[in-house]
Each structure stands twice: as structure tokens, then as C-alpha cells.
Design a protein around this ligand. Structure first.
Ligand code: NAD
Ligand code: DAU
Length: 352
């Protein structure tokens, strides 16, 4: 199979490409990535010489380029991960989210329906998020039929893209599958997201900014589990169907941050000033902050036999070890634009 992975130089994309390249030596895996601040070729460096991997730098909104790639490389499957993915950035500046997540998905769908006709077929796997379902109270779970209720510009743009993908199946008969997944963690995640940000700041003895009361709940899934679920849905999922993917692992943010502090104390060694929990600083909340996400992953388990393999304690320990050993990778992320982002996102929050 010839596969096009959009966003393959990002966090989940690079883990997925590594998984697919090892699992399917006979597949050709082409990565299309614009290398925005979140894309990093260092995350794919170990694959550079793999015979079944090929990298193309380009924008998913460039419909001409995508059409050419699909036709010339005889692509039979697109796994679409390219996106602006960080909620806080979508609050600071929503436009890029609409451009990439909505118009980018539209351009890909148009290219696919142009090329996959007259006997040529292909599958479009759209990788989406549980955030499209909005926020849960203390109880209940997101299922595939939960009504959409996105609350941030990021989740609204992902919701719009999900609807476009659905519409291309119903209107044009495109073979599509959509997966909506909960929060991922693991190696190669950009240090703007909760877990890698806390690891890096804890390592460096910097304040650990916890939004609001720290009791918002996320359902954490180790990234390798997500990659295996995508692999399964791509190869075995039913056209037109949606599958929710979750870790069955709900945690309050404050409990996650405590666990990170304790593990960094253990793995990087204690600090003379005292345990790293002392660095925790409650800051002004994220606007529109969803209270709780929790996935009911019954459908993908019953229909395709997928279940997460990693438990949170092992996954988190492995993740922290990875970050502590990959200081070069982390240092390369922290350039001037990162510092600018950090200042605009957190300055007002720390101030109160
Ligand atoms: P990420 O921000 O780490 O990576 C995004 C990648 O997309 C980067 O490599 C970036 O360079 C690329 N990209 C951005 N705009 C592009 C454009 N216009 N053209 C081509 N490439 C472009 O994101 P991630 O966390 O790996 O998420 C990947 C996908 O999975 C996203 O669609 C996201 O919505 C979804 N998702 C993420 C999570 C999570 O917890 N991280 C959970 C569920 C779903
Ligand atoms: O649920 C899936 C989604 O998970 C994905 O679609 C998104 O791409 C991904 O970014 C993630 O979104 P969240 O907003 O849940 O992730 P984030 O890591 O930004 O935040 C996790 C929780 O931690 C959330 O409740 C906000 C809180 N938080 C986050 C940061 C960055 C803090 O308390 N402090 C912080 O500094």
C-alpha cells in the first residue's frame, strides 16, 4: 500500500510513521508536512535511510501539490493528521486554525475525489479529537453519537473538518473513516502541551502553571496505543464509520502534575531547594476550559478488537525518561518563537 501521512513530522505523526514503517516493510510511507513550529525533522531522523519512507515538505492547502502526489505516487490511503493542534494557541490566534484545519482538510478531500475515480480508489483516514464533543460533567462518556459541542476555536475547526469528511462520504462516495481520540502523551510531543511542559519546567526548576483549580479531567492515552488504533481502523475499519479512541484513564490535571514532579525528582535527582511539587503554581484559567473528557471506546473494542496496552504509570515513567535523555531534541524546540509564545500565553495568567 502507498500511504500519505499528513503532519507526519508532528508528535503523533512521527510516532505513527515509525510504527507503520516497522510494521509494514512493503508499504511505502510518504510524509507531507509543512514543518510549522510543531513539525520537526529530528523526530523522524532515525527513519532517514528507511527504504519505505519518503518526506515531502509542503502545505496541505496546496491542492495542486497534493493532487500531484496522490496521482504520481499512486497513493491508496491518506492518514490526515496535519493540523494546528494547541488549544491555547487557538485562543491567542484562531485564524491559522481555520486555514489549516478546515481549508487544509477541504483541499485534501478535493484532491482525493479528483484522483480517486475511474477505477482508482483510496481510503481517507481523518484523525480527529474528542474535544469536538465539548465538556462532560462529573459523569458520562463520549460515544460516537454524542452531539458535537466544540468550545474552543481549535475544537470548532476540528469539528468543521469532521463534518466535511462525513459530507464527502455521503455526497461523493469517498471511502472515509474518522477517529476521535482523547489526550495523547509520549515521546516527541511539543513542550507546549501539559505533560512535556511540566517535565521540562520541573527539570529546570521553573514554575509549573496549573490552570484554574487543577481539577479538570483528561483521559490520557499513550501515543503508541493511538498509533496501533489508527493502523487497525485504516486497514480494517468500515467506510463511513467513526471510531472513538480513549485510554480508559481519567486523571485530574493536578494529579498528573504531582506524578510528573515525583518522577522527575526520582529520575533527575532531587533539588536542594526541596521536592518539585513546591514549583506548582495555580494560575488564571484557560478561557472556555472544558471540565472533563472521557471516552467510551466500546465500539472500537467490539468491532475491531482494539484496547490500550500501556498503563499510565509505565507510560509516564517511560515518557519522562525519554525527555530527560533527549535534551538536544527538547533544546531545538525552545527557540525564540517558543519564548514569545510562552510569554504571551502565560504572562497574563501568572499576573492573575
Ligand atoms: P502536532 O501539533 O504535534 O503536529 C502537527 C503537524 O502538522 C506538524 O508536524 C506540523 O508541521 C504539521 N502541519 C501543520 N499545518 C500544516 C499544513 N498546513 N500543511 C502541512 N503540515 C502541517 O499535532 P499532534 O498532537 O501530533 O496531533 C496530530 C493530529 O491528531 C491533529 O489533527 C490533532 O487534532 C489530532 N489529535 C491530537 C491529540 C493529542 O493529544 N495530541 C489527540 C487527539 C487528536
Ligand atoms: O483531547 C484531545 C486533545 O488533547 C487534542 O485534540 C489536542 O490537540 C491536545 O492539545 C489536547 O488538548 P488539551 O487542551 O486537553 O491539552 P493540553 O495539554 O493543552 O492541556 C491538558 C490539560 O492541562 C487541560 O485541562 C489544560 C491544562 N493545562 C495545560 C497547560 C498547557 C494546565 O493546567 N497548564 C498548562 O500550562
Amino acid at each position: 500500500m502507498n500511504l500519505l501521512v499528513t503532519g507526519g513530522a508532528g508528535f503523533i505523526g512521527s510516532n505513527l510513521v515509525r510504527h507503520l514503517a516497522a510494521a509494514y516493510p512493503a508499504h511505502r510511507i510518504v510524509v507531507l508536512d509543512a514543518l510549522t513550529y510543531a513539525g520537526n525533522l529530528r523526530s523522524l531522523a532515525d527513519l532517514e535511510n528507511a527504504p519505505n519512507y519518503h518526506f515531502v515538505r509542503g502545505d496541505i492547502r496546496d491542492q495542486k501539490l497534493v493532487t500531484q502526489l496522490l496521482a504520481d505516487l499512486q497513493i491508496e490511503g491518506i492518514i490526515h493528521l496535519a493540523a494546528e493542534s494547541h488549544v491555547d494557541r487557538s485562543i491567542l490566534g484562531p485564524e491559522e486554525f481555520l486555514q489549516t484545519n478546515v481549508m487544509g482538510t477541504f483541499a485534501l478531500l478535493e484532491a482525493a475525489r479528483t484522483v480517486w475515480r475511474d477505477g482508482r480508489t483510496g481510503r481517507f483516514h481523518h484523525v480527529s479529537t474528542d474535544e469536538v464533543y465539548g465538556s462532560l460533567g462529573e459523569t458520562g462518556y463520549f460515544t460516537e453519537t454524542t452531539p458535537y459541542a466544540p468550545n474552543s476555536p481549535y475544537s470548532a475547526s476540528k469539528a468543521a473538518s469532521d463534518h466535511l469528511v462525513r459530507a464527502y462520504h455521503h455526497t461523493y462516495g469517498l471511502d472515509v473513516v474518522t477517529t476521535n481520540c482523547s489526550n495523547n502523551y509520549g515521546p516527541f510531543q511539543f513542550p507546549e502541551k501539559l505533560i512535556p511542559l511540566m517535565i521540562m519546567n520541573a527539570r529546570d526548576g521553573k514554575p509549573l502553571p496549573v490552570y484554574g483549580d487543577g481539577r479538570n479531567v483528561r483521559d490520557w492515552l499513550y501515543v503508541q496505543d493511538h498509533c496501533e488504533a489508527i493502523d487497525l481502523v485504516l486497514h480494517k475499519g468500515t467506510a463511513g464509520e467513526v471510531y472513538n479512541i480513549g485510554g480508559n484513564n481519567e486523571r485530574r490535571n493536578i494529579d498528573v502534575v504531582h506524578a510528573v514532579c515525583d518522577l522527575v525528582d526520582e529520575l533527575a535527582g532531587p533539588q536542594p531547594e526541596g521536592p518539585r511539587r513546591r514549583l506548582i503554581t495555580y494560575v488564571k484559567d484557560r478561557p472556555g476550559h472544558d471540565r472533563r473528557y472521557a471516552i467510551d471506546a466500546t465500539k472500537i473494542r467490539d468491532d475491531l478488537g482494539w484496547e490500550p496496552r500501556f498503563n499510565f504509570e509505565d507510560g509516564l515513567r517511560h515518557t519522562i525518561e525519554w525527555y530527560l535523555h533527549h535534551t538536544d531534541w527538547l533544546a531545538a524546540c525552545i527557540d525564540g518563537s517558543y519564548r514569545d509564545y510562552y510569554e504571551s500565553n502565560y504572562q497574563g495568567k501568572f499576573d492573575g
